[in-house]
Design a protein around this ligand. Structure first.
Ligand code: DGT
Ligand code: CA
Ligand code: ZN
Length: 580
């Protein structure tokens, strides 16, 4: 059992107890237990196996025994019994945006709604609107949430699968019959969400490799297993294909299965101009009579592009958005790399809704090799995240000053993630913001404005001389909710004019501003800051996925503010905004 599955069982118990109307303290104990398991600094699974959980804050004696049972047997009798009391489909209801346990409970008790299909039918019949505490508006919202869930069905977050993919790659590399291995498809192109994962290997024993692939520990069930291809479903639900080819075919297969489809279509039409047809097996002459030279020396993807007169195109750029012309003109950008980041902004601590202290966050940033870390806890209007008022914020600035005196070659920047209020004013007055090193301004409420009002609201915030950067532009939560409508073009123009940096929020659920806009922003001279929006030390590691999406947006070192070294950042921040 993994740490995550232990925590998930505890969360599920909390939900089930809630449905049963159990004592809130008992429910809270399971929720806290799940959190504790997720964030415990150490091998909690092993400790549970060894029955060594005594004395861990957040895990009482009842949970201790249950975790021991779970870790040793993979099951929990108490959980199974609870679950058996409800229809299996009820858990899908909890994942609907805006549907809490109270509402699920009343839907279940009053209307016997036990699945998404039941709920959809009950809404269609107008029964949900008649329930006390619901009404027509809530019913409409539930229908929207179901539609959203259906729209996102079978898609997964890039950030949620990357750890698993890396583990599988490591295992495949060790296989004695596999010489080359890669993940192709949307994963390799760093699409923010994926439908499936496409593994590619080269081998002389394709059938054997396909069979062995289906026995990887991450595999839940086998969909198909043939001579050169296998399809499986992994434990987390995502489908995963393996194609086995020869060494000679490998570069062609890698290029083909990396896609995108649109990129490949454009590349094939270029090949045709050279008299060649290109597919996953190789180049062939279109006209066998025409004496077309077939390249014999293709060893990797680079050779394929080169033969067509193109510079190598990084996978992230292969979306048919101008990369082929740029490669022909030798005008491709030299893409950003993780190692080029020198620090980062927009990070939370225990002062608001973060899980780690200032000192712990700083220590992690130092371990990551960064020269500086920007702190930006929530401001007072974001009450749910324990936002800071001016007094607490200024006390934090003092604490940051004290800590800074203890560092050598590392610096904390004192900032705030200040709320952009409904009218575009900020949650702190200018004289408070003036005491900070920098400010991230973000929208956290009143999402339902029309596009022009939302755009004007954000523009007003950007015009504030103290607003250094704009946080998560659209507020989207990938596979959960779409962003609020906002005019990107106008925001980018305003950012260029007011010298406001735009954040690329690296949280795998956000990745906001979207990669499709960065090329335009860069061309207009707008700087990007790659910000993890970390709510824990682990959250700082989101920088890696942020960099992949920045690359997808054609960003280079020059276009990214936090590639600058500490001195340059300090002098930038101390220069008045309009002179930057
Ligand atoms: P996904 O899986 O929806 O997140 O996106 P992809 O791009 O990974 O799509 P997938 O898995 O269907 O196929 C992987 C690559 O294989 C795709 O990017 C291009 C290539 N490919 C697959 N089927 C076709 C096809 O019918 N025509 C062309 N031209 N290319 C294809
Ligand atoms: Ca795919
Ligand atoms: Zn935020």
């Amino acid at each position: 059992m993994s740490r995550e599955s232990l925590a998930n069982v505890l969360d599920e118990i909390a939900q089930l107890l809630d449905l049963k109307g159990e004592n809130p303290f008992k429910i809270r104990a399971y929720k806290t237990g799940a959190e504790t398991v997720r964030n415990f600094d150490g091998d909690i699974v092993q400790l549970a196996k060894d029955n060594q959980l005594t004395g861990i804050k957040g895990i009482g004696s009842a949970l201790r025994d249950k975790l021991h049972e779970l870790a040793t047997t993979g099951e929990l009798e108490f959980h199974k019994t609870l679950r058996a009391g409800f229809p299996a489909g009820i858990f899908d209801l909890f994942s609907l945006q805006g549907l809490g346990p109270k509402k699920v409970k009343s839907l279940y008790e009053s209307l016997a709604v036990g699945s998404l299909a039941d709920l959809k039918q009950a809404c269609a019949d107008g029964k949900v609107a008649d329930l006390p505490g619901f009404g027509a508006k809530t019913q409409a919202k539930i229908l929207d949430a179901i539609a959203l869930k259906e729209k996102f069905a079978d898609r997964f977050l890039l950030g949620a699968v990357s750890g698993m993919v890396a583990d599988m790659l490591d295992t495949l590399r060790l296989h004695p019959e596999i010489s080359l291995v890669a993940v192709a498809g949307s994963y390799r192109r760093a699409k923010e969400t994926l439908h499936d994962i496409d593994f590619l290997v080269s081998t002389r024993e394709p059938k054997l490799v396909c069979e062995d692939f289906t026995t990887l520990p991450q595999v839940d069930s086998i969909i198909a297993c043939g001579e050169t291809k296998a399809s499986v479903r992994l434990n987390n639900g995502i489908q995963c294909d393996l194609r086995a080819v020869s060494n000679r075919e490998y570069p062609f297969a890698l290029q083909y299965f990396t896609g995108s489809k649109e990129h490949n279509v454009a590349l094939r039409s270029l090949a045709r101009k050279h008299g060649l047809s290109l597919n996953e097996y190789g180049f062939t002459a279109i006209d066998p009579e025409a004496n077309t030279a077939i390249p014999a020396d293709i060893h990797d993807e680079r050779d394929i592009y080169q033969h067509l007169g193109l510079a190598y195109i990084e996978p992230e750029l292969r979306e048919d958005r101008g990369e082929i012309q740029a490669a022909a003109d030798n005008q491709l950008p030299r893409l950003l790399e993780l190692s080029q980041l020198r620090g980062t902004f927009h990070n939370h601590t225990t002062a608001s809704d973060g899980k780690n202290t200032l000192a712990e966050m700083a220590e992690e940033a130092i371990d990551l090799g960064l020269q500086y870390l920007g702190i930006a806890d929530h401001s007072k209007s974001t009450v749910v995240a324990n936002g800071l008022n001016a007094e607490r914020l200024l006390a934090q600035v003092e604490e940051i000053n004290r800590l800074n005196a203890t560092f050598d070659g590392f610096h904390l920047f004192a900032g705030s993630e200040v709320d952009i209020l409904k009218d575009g004013t900020l949650d702190f007055p200018d004289d408070v913001l003036a005491r900070l090193d920098y400010t991230v301004a973000s929208v956290h409420n009143v999402f339902n404005l029309p596009e022009d009002e939302m755009t004007a609201r954000i523009i007003r915030a950007m015009e504030n001389p103290h607003v250094t950067m704009l946080g998560h532009l659209t507020g989207r939560l990938l596979l959960k909710r779409d962003g609020y409508p906002v005019n990107h073009q106008k925001i980018i123009d305003c950012a260029a004019e007011t010298r406001t940096i735009i954040e690329l929020n690296c949280n795998p659920r956000r990745l906001d501003m979207d990669w499709r806009w960065w090329k335009l922003a860069r061309d207009k001279g707008v700087l990007c800051s790659i910000n993890p929006d970390a709510h824990s030390t682990a959250g700082l590691h989101y920088l890696g996925i942020g960099v992949r999406l920045a690359r997808k947006g054609w960003l280079t070192r020059d276009g990214v503010f936090n590639t600058r070294n500490l001195n340059d950042v300090q002098s930038f921040l101390s220069t008045p905004k309009h002179q930057r």
